[in-house]
Unconditional design. Structure first.
Length: 84
């Protein structure tokens, strides 16, 4: 399972650019950047990304990074459970 993590270029002012660059270092992740993800209100208010299509938001870029990794672990656990 390769999680897809999507970032909005318009949200980079919140520090998500650093989160994106860090996650890109992991070959197990598909990290993508788009000009707009269509969540303009969210984009204006806080750092966020999509993980397999689900919005993950946080009060800071550092918290977002942690929440993204937690969500990926949750998804992996679900896949493991379903494959038993």
């Amino acid at each position: 399972m390769r999680p897809i993590i999507e970032f909005c270029a318009s949200n980079m002012h919140t520090g998500t650019d650093k989160v994106m660059k860090d996650l890109e270092q992991n070959p197990e992740f598909d990290v993508m950047e788009y000009g707009c993800l269509g969540n303009c209100g969210q984009c204006y208010m806080e750092p966020y990304a999509l993980v397999n299509g689900e919005i993950i938001a946080a009060e800071s870029a550092e918290s977002l990074h942690v929440r993204i990794l937690e969500k990926i672990k949750e998804i992996e656990a679900m896949y493991d459970l379903l494959s038993e």
